[in-house]
Design a binder for this molecule. Structure first.
Ligand code: 0X9
Ligand code: ZN
Length: 302
């Protein structure tokens, strides 16, 4: 059986996805809509009892070194599929929503963290400069090239040669733009810091539904804390983190997704990006509770 308590390579994650599809063919569809710069597949999962329900969009692995993020996407998918027949709460979410999940968006960067540099963050594209890599979370159409992002290809926050230059940003942007009005919520998992970040981060400005974002973050954080006593903070990005233009969260909000969070998973800095494998399972358990609150909130609005 697949071991959810260890970190897996990009190759293992792709074959895991197809194995899950064979095992749960009525609840899961796997697609590879886009190839990365280094010709790997960007995998997209569509999960639920119908493929035509309102969409709950989740991505993991935008930043290469944040390994707990793709690990969470995998355990979450396994939980939703394996508990469908036994957990009424899981079943209600799977019957009401279509979960679209990118378990490993920055597949090239992730492969590079396994082969060469565990602390790599960016993509692996090169546009003819000495340094390689674009920060995918500075590459989206949200005040692109603005505050908190860099024009220097050697910077870890390089915004790239143009908006959505990266295959993964193009893929996610196209998905959001081609499903406007259908996507009810978008969660993008990063690490570390234990924070719920909601828009905006590209300027000191607030979302129209700030109260809703704040209330649901509080409720979600409370449910998470109840599992293993981990505390998360929350707030608009410009306040809870820093100004950083070009993020996938602000982009999605601007292009019609009503409820958007970047969730910075464990820890608060002791291990940072190198979170021990012993923390995968507890992180998964508490984050299920967190996601459930957000999904249930979305369902009450349908
Ligand atoms: O800086 C980032 O991209 C995220 N933090 S991380 O340490 N995982 O790199 C925070 C993103 C918050 N949202 C935006 N800046 N739009
Ligand atoms: Zn990140």
């Amino acid at each position: 059986a697949y071991d959810y308590d260890v970190y897996h390579t990009d190759v293992e994650i792709e074959s895991w996805a197809f194995d899950m599809q064979s095992q749960y063919s009525s609840l899961l569809k796997v697609e590879t809509p886009t190839k990365s710069e280094e010709n790997r597949n960007i995998v997209r999962l569509t999960m639920g009892s119908s493929q035509n329900n309102p969409i709950f969009l989740i991505d993991c692995g935008i930043h290469a070194r944040e390994w707990i993020s793709p690990a969470f996407c995998q355990c979450f998918v396994n939980r939703m599929l394996s508990q469908y027949n036994t957990d009424a709460n899981v079943r209600s979410m799977m019957d009401a929503l279509t979960f679209v999940i990118y378990p490993l968006l920055n597949v090239d960067g992730y492969a590079y963290t396994w082969s060469d540099d565990r602390m790599w963050r960016k993509t692996r594209s090169n546009y003819g400069t000495v340094c390689t890599g674009v920060d995918p979370n500075r590459n989206f159409d949200a005040e692109w090239s603005g505050p908190g992002s860099s024009s220097n290809p050697c910077s870890d926050t390089y915004y790239g040669p143009e908006v959505a230059s990266e295959q993964l940003s193009k893929e996610l942007s196209n998905f959001v733009l081609s499903h406007t009005g259908e996507i009810q919520a978008y969660l993008t998992f990063h690490s570390y810091g234990q924070v719920y970040i909601y828009p905006y981060s590209d300027a000191v400005k607030d979302v129209d539904n700030k109260q809703e974002h704040n209330d649901i973050a509080i409720a979600s954080a409370a449910a998470l804390e109840a599992v293993h006593r981990k505390q998360y903070t929350y707030g608009p990005g410009y306040q809870s983190m820093y100004l950083a233009a070009g993020g996938s969260d602000d982009f999605s909000k601007d292009f019609g997704v009503p409820l958007v969070y970047t969730i910075e998973l464990r820890d608060t800095g002791r291990y940072g990006f190198i979170l021990p494998e012993s923390q995968i399972a507890p992180s998964c358990e508490e984050t299920y509770a967190a996601v459930d609150v957000i999904a249930q909130h979305v369902m009450t609005k349908l």
